[in-house]
Design a binder for this molecule. Structure first.
Ligand code: HC1
Length: 602
């Protein structure tokens, strides 16, 4: 341990602690720009400089480890002048107008300029853009004119996601963030996850804005415009209205969406429940074929396929293992297909005049709904994917004060969904939801007999890649819904289900290499992969900023919502059971469900 003082405050920290972290421990705020709690140290912007007694130059506090007893001053005239100088220099390169920027009032450069009293452009301000805006991606817009070269996008893409489609090219005044050979983003290995966006401090990276198109649909009286809301936005959207992270907004959001003008509001948690039934059935079929029939063509472990960034990652980097992916579509896409068929018929709406919008925490969902496979209803199943941020802008534009509107239920015929559906939004949630159903349907016991309150804690957590073993101690009467799937069920008795949970595609890369090398993950039967850190609640379309603490708060909200649900298991969701009776009449993984709810990735 090392003793030091920061602005006269005495403290003791472990050797190697950075000055920035030490200052935070005693409540001394040092401004930062290139630093992000999710990412490794870069130390490139120098906004966090401080004076250290005995050192001639100012030191970047984020990049200076404490190795001896020192005296630090964070707020001297020299320090303030240096920071102001740096901010002025950044502004001299930053082309754009705050008023027309998506990050207005949510921009770290703007905040710094305000904090340091910038009231004119000391070193000038660009009057012409230097770079062409890259609008090639279905998910992400790159405007390098607003880039401050902090490299947070580069680090997020490489460290969190293991994709590495961004880099810093050239040197000195020509340095810029570039893609491979400066190709458009759509033509490189980007997986559309948007982690670059929610780690960018400015408006250099933003989501493709589809709010105008959605407004046009809402304003068109010939259109029946419905919206489905994913699990995670309800745990995050409050942040756009100055609420604490993790303030659940489920039912206020329903009211706001109706006031915005949507004709009906549905809960994506329903098709998350449906995904569990379909994906769980597929797993049982794979296990039977591989373990009982010894069919070597069947691929295990089965991988979840609901995260489109993860699916794209597989397609880009592990195409040879694509058959491990579950054929089940994501809940977003299942819902789209059901809405333009089952719901359209029930409601007497022409599906050609129906517009399905999906509120998602994810930029890759914009890409997913444009995939050519996603038209099983005979139309584009989901027309628009809006991020949490876009929807928050629409709500604000309408003048609705989200935190203070009354609550409203979801619309029929999809009413309330299960708690298993909502936990899809947190890492480990899809696996927990699946296990709640598999354990109960196979053993004939209540899941609560094995796990308190049906909370399957072994699959929860924040480690990037984790495994759990779930013993199937007995086989009970299997419900009619899935009984016919295999000739007998006794082979499962005494089996141990090995499962994995992975979030962030950099962790996925480690697990995929482990599987290829025959490591521990290759023994899993089923693995949940989510592209983003923390799962969807940390998605690239969620409110900015993001951090481990913010994601933990959102996860807490999601588990609270789950605990408050009357039904917490997908197979007990009455709407799902009704769907199999009325529409998907040949059962899970039957021909009808295969047509509407499954696909094949390439
Ligand atoms: Fe997700 Fe999903 S949980 S992918 O993480 O399976 O985006 O929230 O909507 O489709 O339900 C995202 C979240 C979301 C789907 C569900």
């Amino acid at each position: 341990m090392i003793d030091l003082t920061i602005d006269g405050i005495e403290l003791r920290v472990p050797e190697g602690t950075t000055i920035l972290d030490a200052a935070r421990q005693v409540g001394v705020r040092i401004p930062t720009l290139c630093h992000h709690d999710d990412l490794c140290t870069a130390g490139v912007c120098r906004v966090c400089v401080v004076e250290v007694e005995g050192m001639r130059n100012l030191q970047a506090s984020c990049a200076t480890p404490i190795t001896r007893s020192i005296e630090v001053k964070t707020n001297t005239r020299t320090v303030r002048n240096a920071r102001r100088h740096i901010i002025d220099l950044l502004l001299a390169e930053h082309y754009g107008d705050c008023n027309t920027c998506k990050r207005n009032n949510n921009c770290e450069l703007q905040d710094l300029a305000t904090e340091y009293g910038v009231d004119f452009y000391r070193f000038g301000h660009p009057t012409e853009p230097k770079y062409v805006i890259d609008r090639s991606s279905p998910s992400i817009v790159r405007d390098m004119n607003k880039c401050v070269l902090c490299r947070r996008c580069v680090r997020a893409c490489e460290e969190l996601q293991g994709v590495g489609c961004l880099t810093v090219a050239s040197r000195s005044s020509r340095a810029h963030v570039a893609t491979f050979a400066n190709k458009p983003l759509a033509n490189v290995v980007c997986i559309n996850c948007g982690q670059c966006i929610n780690h960018c401090p400015t408006g250099a990276l933003t989501e493709v804005d589809q709010t105008d198109e959605v407004w046009a649909m809402i304003d068109d009286p010939t259109k029946h415009v419905v919206i489905q809301t994913a699990p995670s936005p309800r745990a995050g959207i409050g942040e756009c209205f100055d609420l604490e992270p993790g303030t659940p907004m489920t039912y206020q959001l329903n009211t706001a969406l109706k006031r915005v003008g949507f004709d009906a509001v549905f809960d994506t948690n329903h098709t998350a429940d449906l995904t569990i039934i379909e994906e769980g059935t597929e797993l049982i079929l794979r296990l039977y074929k591989a373990l009982v029939e010894k069919d070597e063509s069947v691929k295990l472990p089965q991988f979840t396929s609901c995260s489109p960034g993860w699916v794209k990652y597989m397609e880009n980097f592990y195409a040879g293992m694509i058959d491990h992916l579950s054929s089940a579509k994501s809940p977003q896409q299942m819902f789209g297909s059901l809405l333009k068929t089952y719901y359209a018929e029930k409601r007497g709406v022409d599906p050609a005049e129906m517009v399905v919008v999906a509120l998602m925490p994810c930029t890759a969902k914009k890409y997913e709904c444009n995939r050519p496979e996603m038209t099983s209803s005979g139309f584009k199943d989901v027309d628009y994917g809006l991020t949490t941020r876009e929807l928050a802008r629409m709500i604000k534009e309408t003048g609705i004060d989200l935190p203070n509107v009354p609550e409203a239920p979801f619309d029929d015929p999809f009413g309330e969904a299960s708690g298993a559906g909502v936990i899809f939004g947190a890492t480990g949630g899809v696996m927990e939801a699946a296990l709640r159903s598999v354990i109960e349907m196979v053993t004939g016991h209540q899941v609560e007999d094995f796990y308190d309150h049906a909370n399957i804690l072994p699959v929860r957590g924040i480690e990037g890649a984790r495994m759990a073993e779930i013993p199937i101690t007995e086989v009970g009467p299997v419900p009619d819904l899935i009984k016919h799937l295999v000739p007998d069920w006794e082979w499962l008795k005494g089996a141990t289900l090995k499962v994995g949970v992975v979030h962030g595609t950099a962790n996925a890369q480690l697990v995929m290499e482990d599987i290829k090398a025959g490591g521990p993950f290759s023994e899993c039967h089923f693995i949940e992969f989510m592209a983003c850190p923390g799962g969807c609640l940390g998605g690239g379309g969620q409110p900015i900023p993001t951090s481990p603490e913010i994601r933990a708060q959102r996860a807490k909200a999601i588990y609270q919502i789950d605990e408050s649900c009357a039904v917490r298991k997908s197979h007990e969701n009455p709407v799902i059971l009704q769907l199999y009776e009325e529409f998907l009449t040949d059962g899970p993984c039957g021909h009808i469900s295969h047509h509407h709810l499954h696909t094949h990735y390439t």
